[in-house]
Every structure is written in C-alpha cells, then in structure tokens.
Write a protein that binds this ligand. Structure first.
Ligand SMILES: CCCCCCCCCCCC(=O)O
Length: 287
C-alpha cells in the first residue's frame, strides 16, 4: 500500500518535472482535498491511475503543504499557472514558463517526434500551448458553461470552436534536437502546415504557405534551446518570433487554424498533450 508522504520534496527554486503535467482537474481535487482533509487527498493520490497525474497531484499537494505558501487559493481555482512555477517536459528537459506575457497561461506541454528516413524517431522539439482564460470565457462560456471540464474533454465541437475562434493562443516550440537547420524547419512546416491548409482550405493555398515558410530565412540559426513562438492574436493575426525576435506576421484565419490543428486537431502530434490542453481550456469556463 502506498504511504502518505507529506511534505514531498518540492523546492520553490527548482522547477518540478512533469511528463504530463497540467490538468486543472487534479489540482482542483488537491485544493478541494485540503478543505476536506488530507485523507481525501491521499485517496485521490493513491487511486490516480496515471503516473503523470499522480506526479502532478503530488506537486500540487506539495505546494499546498509548503511552508512557503502564505495564503490558500480559493476552492477549485488553482492551476499550475497560478503557482507560477516553470514546467519541465521531462523527456527533453525543456522548461516552459507557466505564464506567457501578461495573460496567457500554460495549458499543456508535449513532445514532437519525427521519423527520419522512415528509420528512427527523433525528438525534435518540446512544445507548450498557452491561452488567455478570459478570452476563452468571453468567446465560449455562453455555449459550453453548462458542461463540466471532463464532459468537454474530447468534445469535437469544443475543439473545433477553439480552432476557429478569435482566441489568443500561443504555441511555443523549444528545439531539443541539436542539429537542426533552418531549411529543415521550413520543409517540416511545408509538410505539416501544407497538409492542414489543404484539408481546411483546398489546394489553392500555396502562396499563403510560402509566405509563412519564407519567414524562416536562411540566416536564422536554430540551435538546441531555440524557442519559436507562434501566436494567434486578435483579428486572426499569426505572429511568429524566434528567440524573442519577431520574424513576421500574417493575417489569415485559415493559417491560424492550420497551425493550431497540428497540436489540437484530429491527428495531433502528441495525443496526451492535446487531452491535457483541452481539459485545461475547458476548466477556464468553469472558473
Ligand atoms: C530532422 C527533422 C526536422 C524537423 C524540424 C521541425 C521543426 C519545426 C517544424 C514545426 C512543424 C512540425 O512539427 O511539423
């Protein structure tokens, strides 16, 4: 039988490692558990089937029982973003801040693996998806607020509305493969974004794809640790920056949807990441 371990070895200075970290649901469970007693938290912890959720819950509990904590957040409103701890994608070691800019909260992280010459899979980049919770609420609360976060997870209409609507979202790619050239970044985008442009917009979008990939100019270096941020901003403006330097912006609803579809669509690069992201986005409607 598992034993109760309080406090966990949580350090405020060292970012916690999660392989699959960010479900508001277990955090909410942890917060709730504080109110009803550690026994309930223990029950949730020991019955959690997924080791990542278990890990995440442990961290949440650490936070709650940490001596550094000065005040308890309101019932059910705690998310990792509120804890302001960076999140580490455990397989690659890539670290993601829990909040981007003023208002975008980290909703989930994942890993993009790609097969090379059909032979072996390499880990190319880790990614984090950020969204503005107020935007989500403004756009989608009217339609979905009666459904629980768990009911919304996997709900096709909800996912479709996230892809389609003018909601601020950023996908942050952190390169983990050490020998990446900018031309391979261009061709990877050509393949993945190209297939989505075709799926949603038909075959007549070569020029749009070319405008997007042309942002990744030959002189740009992309060593391990480089960060490519791709943001959908208000008015369906897709802004791209590399290591904090803007490389271009393109106003196109179709392009925005095609990029987000890579991570949240029917065939996402990382299925578990998509689930975590959806659950967190859905939880914003409940707050
Ligand atoms: C050797 C493999 C090279 C792959 C480079 C991918 C770099 C970024 C591409 C982003 C879009 C995608 O993941 O398809």
């Amino acid at each position: 039988m598992a034993s109760l371990r309080f406090p966990f070895s949580f350090s405020q200075t060292q970012p916690p490692h999660y392989s699959r970290p960010l479900s508001s649901f277990p955090v909410a469970a942890a917060v709730g558990a504080t109110a009803v007693g550690a026994t309930a938290a223990f029950a949730v912890l020991t019955s959690s089937s997924s080791s990542s959720h278990r890990q995440f819950l442990e961290t949440a509990l650490n936070f709650l029982f940490s001596s550094d904590r000065t005040s308890l957040p309101a019932w059910g409103t705690l998310s990792l973003a509120d804890m302001s701890v960076p999140v580490v994608e455990s397989k690659s070691g890539a670290t993601f801040p829990s909040v981007l800019g003023d208002s975008q909260k980290l909703c989930g992280i994942g890993l993009r693996r790609k097969s090379v010459f059909g032979l072996k899979n390499i880990d190319v980049y880790a990614f984090g998806v950020y969204a503005d919770d107020n935007d989500i609420k403004e756009c989608l609360a009217g339609k979905f607020e009666k459904l629980s976060a768990l009911e919304l997870k996997g709900n096709k209409e909800f996912t479709e509305d996230i892809l389609e609507n003018d909601i601020s979202v950023t996908v942050s790619l952190q390169i983990v493969y050490g020998r990446l050239s900018i031309s391979s970044v261009r061709s990877a985008f050509e393949e993945s974004v190209g297939s989505r442009l075709q799926k949603f917009g038909g075959s007549d979008n070569k020029e749009l794809l070319q405008r997007f990939t042309a942002q990744f100019k030959d002189e740009i270096k992309i060593p391990k640790g480089s960060v490519i941020n791709i943001s959908r901003e208000k008015g369906y403006v897709l802004r791209t920056s590399i290591d904090g330097q803007e490389v271009g912006s393109i106003q196109s609803k179709l392009l925005c949807k095609s990029i987000l579809d890579l991570y949240l669509g029917e065939e996402p690069f990382d299925k578990q990441a998509k689930e975590d992201i959806e659950l967190n986005l859905a939880s914003y409607l409940q707050k």
